[in-house]
Design a protein around this ligand. Structure first.
Ligand SMILES: NC(=O)c1ccc[n+]([C@@H]2O[C@H](COP(=O)([O-])OP(=O)(O)OC[C@H]3O[C@@H](n4cnc5c(N)ncnc54)[C@H](O)[C@@H]3O)[C@@H](O)[C@H]2O)c1
Length: 263
């Protein structure tokens, strides 16, 4: 079989050979799957997380809170020193929020925007000087279908992810001239510890899970591996002409209107 590779010799399957990546929120769920996949495809990968204690070889863990600029700068510097440079930043750390626009007080709005939006700003700001040294620089932001579709009881969360979507496009425009690509993924509901916690808190977890599954035309939740696959696609040097895009990984939730089955 002919080996597939790009013009610079990166082979498909090992397309991250020699590249260095940092994944925020990489100790759980989508971030953990993305860190593992990038490593399996040849990257050296560091994880930045509030609690990196579960991160093990070949990944390295760095403790930081994306709401704290000093801790982000220290963790990015330590990761870059360990890795020997930085080519890929995955801004994935995030938290949820529930309710309509009436339900969350100002403190909660500030807290969620601080993590979900300003977290992306802080890590990207710290990483940019290093990304500028890379010939294959890429930033991938974990956004959400909530940025593109109106979901009930998600006013604050949706606003935070809508801002991440707009920021992704603005950053892509700002940095395209220096060879840094910026894209985001919009997952639907993904089967991660986060969603497990949501289901556990529901009055009827089985009914809640069935409702979430039915909302996605595929009839099931997205897997963390599938979200990771999309992140790796955007981060890969094989996607060198892809910047400023929003990639849905939502089982068709945002774009499709299938007819309900007729009984
Ligand atoms: N699970 C879903 O259905 C879903 C859907 C769309 C988008 N997303 C997005 O995917 C991302 C990951 O979600 P997940 O489901 O894997 O969640 P998760 O809770 O399983 O993992 C999130 C990780 O982020 C870390 N984190 C949280 N706050 C942090 C902070 N202040 N500083 C550093 N690290 C922090 C946590 O410690 C955790 O390891 C989030 O941005 C979320 O908004 C999730």
């Amino acid at each position: 079989m002919t080996d597939f590779h790009d013009s610079e010799g990166h082979r498909a399957g090992q397309d991250f050979d020699g590249l260095k990546a940092l994944v925020t929120g990489g100790a759980s769920g989508i971030g953990r799957a993305a860190a593992g996949l990038l490593a399996a495809r040849g990257a050296r990968v560091a994880v930045l997380d509030l609690d990196p204690s579960s991160v093990d070889e070949p990944l390295t863990g760095h403790r930081a809170d994306v709401t704290d600029d000093a801790s982000v700068r220290a963790a990015v510097a330590a990761a870059v020193a360990d890795l020997g440079g930085l080519d890929i930043l995955v801004n994935n750390a995030g938290i949820g929020a529930r309710g309509t626009v009436e339900d969350n007080d100002d403190a909660e709005w500030h807290r969620v925007l601080d993590v979900n939006l300003l977290g992306v700003v802080r890590t990207t700001r710290a990483a940019l000087p290093h990304l500028r040294e890379s010939a294959h620089a890429a930033v991938v932001n974990t956004c959400s279908v909530a940025a593109a579709a109106g979901l009930p009881q998600r006013a604050l969360y949706s606003a935070s992810k809508g801002a991440v979507l707009a920021l992704t496009l603005a950053m892509a425009a700002d940095h395209v001239g220096e060879g840094i690509r910026v894209n985001c993924v919009n997952p639907g509901t993904v089967d991660t510890p986060w969603v497990g916690r949501l289901l556990d808190a529901a009055p009827d977890p089985a009914a809640e899970r069935a409702a979430l599954e039915a909302r996605q035309p595929t009839g099931r939740l997205v897997t963390a591996a599938e979200a990771a696959g999309a992140i790796a696609y955007l981060a890969s040097p094989l996607s060198g002409s892809t910047t400023g895009t929003v990639l849905a990984v939502d089982g068709g939730m945002q774009g499709l209107r299938p007819r309900p089955a007729v009984r």
